[in-house]
Write a protein that binds this ligand. Structure first.
Ligand SMILES: NC(=O)c1ccc[n+]([C@@H]2O[C@H](COP(=O)([O-])OP(=O)(O)OC[C@H]3O[C@@H](n4cnc5c(N)ncnc54)[C@H](OP(=O)(O)O)[C@@H]3O)[C@@H](O)[C@H]2O)c1
Length: 242
């Protein structure tokens, strides 16, 4: 099951997984784009609004009715918002929390018991470098991604030896409609945007290998480690050099 399959990273991941022979369960809100993708790849379109508290339950039920089981969950649905936190529209903040953070946790809660019973499964969560080091004017967004990262980290301990694995994919900037949708373009020099397919490659590696923390591009692991080891130094450098 791929959430966010109608666009960007989720779309590229769904295409790669279908090419590799998976039966894909395609989640998003845009029924037309999901149907097109399903027609092209042989997947199943399961439109559902994950911004509604009941959305994840309805999606999980539809997925199990369609396929009987879910072997891998790729939680890619998400949105951004950029601007001073004090000016974040309250409905945007609600959607950031529901779609980026609450929906993946709810979906994992619904699908994990079946995976544990079968002693087989993969959960791949789309985090962000923003959730590792913090980004000015993206506090709400970064908080949802930071929360997701700590969820993955904690679940990792629980899932050791169970046959079920949790992975965290951590992109920098990715060339997708994400920035148009959030209403402000990407304006930094670095990290340079990578293609959605490059992130999809990391997602598939999360499913097929034991790698559980995948930065895209790979070098972004370095600033994350500097931040972890010396947050004060990192902050001074980030404030000075942007
Ligand atoms: N692009 C980047 O630079 C970047 C960097 C780091 C991390 N990420 C993360 O990567 C993930 C994918 O982003 P992307 O770049 O692929 O963005 P995107 O092209 O804008 O795609 C976002 C996807 O999320 C789905 N979605 C949004 N709201 C939804 C809702 N209420 N219910 C169900 N689905 C919903 C959209 O479905 P519909 O269009 O059908 O509504 C769409 O398929 C996100 O979690 C994002 O935070 C992106």
């Amino acid at each position: 099951m791929i959430t966010g399959a109608s666009s960007g990273i989720g779309l590229a991941t769904a295409t790669r997984l279908a090419d590799a022979g998976w039966l894909t369960l395609l989640s998003g809100t845009d029924r037309t784009r999901l149907d097109d993708l399903a027609d092209r790849t042989g997947g199943r379109a399961l439109p559902e609004d994950l911004g509604k508290p009941d959305g994840p339950r309805r999606l999980a039920e539809a997925a199990l009715a369609e396929a009987g089981r879910v072997d891998a969950l790729v939680a890619s649905a998400g949105l951004g918002w950029r601007g001073p936190y004090a000016q974040t529209p309250s409905d945007t903040l609600d959607r950031l929390i529901e779609v980026n953070f609450a929906a993946p946790l709810r979906l994992v809660r619904l699908l994990l018991p079946g995976m544990l019973e079968r002693r087989h499964g993969r959960i791949v969560l789309l985090g962000s470098i923003a959730g590792q080091v913090g980004v000015r004017d993206e506090s709400g967004y970064a908080a949802t991604k930071g929360g997701l990262a700590m969820f993955a980290e904690s679940l990792w301990y629980e899932l050791r030896g169970t046959g079920v694995g949790v992975r965290l994919v951590l992109p920098g900037a990715v060339d997708t409609p994400f920035f148009d949708r959030r209403g402000t373009p990407y304006q930094r020099d670095r990290p340079r945007p990578v293609s959605a397919d490059r992130v999809a490659e990391a997602v598939v590696a999360g499913i097929t290998t034991e790698r559980d923390r995948l930065y895209v591009p790979h070098w972004l692991g370095f600033p994350a480690r500097v931040h972890g080891a010396a947050p004060g130094v990192f902050r001074r450098m980030a404030s000075r050099f942007g």
